[in-house]
Design a protein around this ligand. Sequence first.
Ligand code: ZN
Length: 302
Amino acid sequence: MARSFVEIIEVSARDGIQNESVILPTEEKLELVGRALDAGLRRMEVTSFVNPKRVPQMADAAEVAAGLPRDRGARFIGLTLNRKGFDRAAEAGLDEANFVVVASDTFNQRNQGVPTADSIAAFAAIRADAPPGIAVGLTIGAAFGCPFEGEVPVARLMQVVEACMEHDPFELALADTIGVATPRDVTERVGAVRAAFPEARLRLHLHNTRNTGIANAWAGIEAGVRSLDASLGGVGGCPFAPRATGNIATEDLVYMLDRSGVDTGVDLDKAIAAAEWLEARLGKTVPGMVMKAGGFPAPRAA
Ligand code: ZN
């Protein structure tokens, strides 16, 4: 069978470290980006343009953006929750803005201070007059469940998806922000979105809170998704979702895909080395598993 390709979007510099008590200095964030580039990652969410009082880990968003290496063929994404954040991302010269709308009103209110409909309206206004240099994608947060409201019915998710797709994001991501999804949910929800919007470019953002993340990734690929978020070492979490934990680990995903005949362009050993570096910077054990066990077969000693 011909090998297929799945794109991994590295989110450790944004989602990965936004919930950590250790605040990495700007130069270490840029070193993280450099190490991810060395491992072959070519699309990265590098920061979020949010209120620094609420997320102090991201206060240096403009400085991070200014320090990014622009000569290595990578695309850099900034997360934004509102118009102000989007304007800052555009001004910082990022390639893409990832605008977030949360599927449940309560979480949207906690995350970005307004109900879901207001965030969709803000997204519509941005799409109406965004400068041409920045691609505008959209992530639907809590697409599989909400920490405050509980179940998010498929019908509710699809209402939000339909309202957002009217404004033509270049890519649509479904986020399991609190890591409650199972493979069956992924199959069902990705299937519903693909049935309604067969041309949409889809992306999945999965947290491994209940150890279903990597199984969900595979279910997403089988359902037709070709872009997956992951973070080196499996670091991550949302400051506004109680007990949120990390993303699926980049190197664990690379291992699974490599051994399943799916190309990612990422070098497993270099990804493991980058995860180990990040673990040392954070000063605590991170959740990634392949970094502890190593790849297979083991690389031959030189
Ligand atoms: Zn996340």
